[in-house]
Design a protein around this ligand. Structure first.
Ligand code: C2E
Ligand code: MG
Ligand code: MG
Ligand code: MG
Length: 288
């Protein structure tokens, strides 16, 4: 339903902008009402292994479509939810929804969930994750939690300790939008992480005639030295995937291999060879 509404809004003439009161209390009340009205949904974008060419997992992305059918971009509402604190409720909703849906997939692919700093700094976050794993039946080895580099820069002992305890369960930690922050090398070495997600700005910079991408090469060398896997984000073109593969990037995510879709779509794609299907209708154009 959400994806159909997005498509309709796109046809109707592009992005409608919403200006709502930015007061935290107003924002909380507005989003709480929207959440209970079922206006928030979770979509899944395939993540493809460059070695096998198969879809191995998906990233859960939150979507908000208002009752009148108008979508609100995560780029707009996530920062507002972080300011009001409602992100904690939204994060719980995404983790529970994605955990429940992924647990039912026939092929046991990885499910990646974005975690905001506000959630990670909650003392109860570890218990929330373990409870969700128990109630949904999702094995910890299938869950990947994405945090941003800047979140880790805060160097909060509580957050780092939580990440270490989650990793000890077999949950993997990915650093989102890697390369856009300013992590020192010494801090990277101590990072409780398993995966670096190469920010899509580095992928977008790969021109059609390019045979290499020096910054991507530097990041994959760094990842190899630290024993981390790499996932490139925002892969839109075949030539980008070619250059990324040449530099040893493990997995890719982007419009080339699939837009975010519902649980049934990712369920059908998992474990199968990923193909570029430009003929498929675009159902997700929330942002960018
Ligand atoms: P992100 O975690 O880096 O997610 C990737 C974003 O890139 C998504 O935008 C996705 O739709 C978009 N994308 C994927 N493939 C391509 C491509 O080939 N080209 C381009 N140009 N873009 C692509 P989206 O869904 O609008 O989300 C934006 C950001 O909002 C996310 O960035 C993430 O930081 C945040 N977000 C989304 N869902 C959640 C959530 O459940 N919790 C939290 N805390 N943050 C979320
Ligand atoms: Mg992410
Ligand atoms: Mg990202
Ligand atoms: Mg991001």
């Amino acid at each position: 339903r959400a994806e159909a509404a997005l498509e309709e809004a796109r046809r109707a003439g592009g992005s409608r902008v919403f200006c709502s009161a930015d007061g935290a209390a107003d924002n909380w009340a507005e989003m709480a009402a929207a959440l209970s009205a079922g206006e928030f949904t979770v979509v899944y974008q395939p993540i493809v292994d460059l070695g096998s060419g198969r879809t191995t997992g998906a990233e859960a992305l939150l979507r908000w479509v208002r009752a009148d059918g108008a979508p609100v971009s995560p780029v707009d509402f996530i920062p507002r939810a972080e300011r009001s604190g409602f992100i904690v409720e939204l994060g719980r909703f995404v983790l529970e929804t994605a955990g429940r849906e992924a647990a039912a997939w026939a092929v046991p692919g990885k499910i990646t969930v974005n975690v905001s700093g506000r959630e990670l700094h909650q003392p109860g976050y570890y218990d929330q994750v373990t409870t969700t794993l128990m109630t949904t039946g999702l094995p910890p080895g299938r869950l990947v939690l994405e945090v941003t580099e800047s979140m880790l820069e805060a160097d909060s002992p509580v957050a780092l300790e939580t990440l270490r305890r989650l990793r000890a369960l077999g949950i993997r930690i990915a650093v989102d939008d890697f390369g856009t922050g300013w992590s020192s090398l010494s801090r990277l070495d101590r990072l409780p992480a398993d995966i670096l997600k190469i920010d899509r700005s580095f992928v977008a910079a790969i021109a059609p005639e390019a045979t290499s991408a020096p910054l991507v090469a530097a990041i994959t060398a760094l990842a190899a030295a630290l024993g981390l896997r790499t996932v490139a984000e925002g892969v839109e073109e075949e030539h980008q995937a070619t250059v990324l593969a040449r530099h040893g990037v493990d997995e890719v995510q982007g419009w080339l291999h699939g837009r975010p879709g519902d649980s049934a779509a990712i369920r059908a794609a998992l474990g199968r060879p990923a193909v570029d299907r430009p003929d498929l209708p675009v159902t997700d154009r929330v942002s960018h």
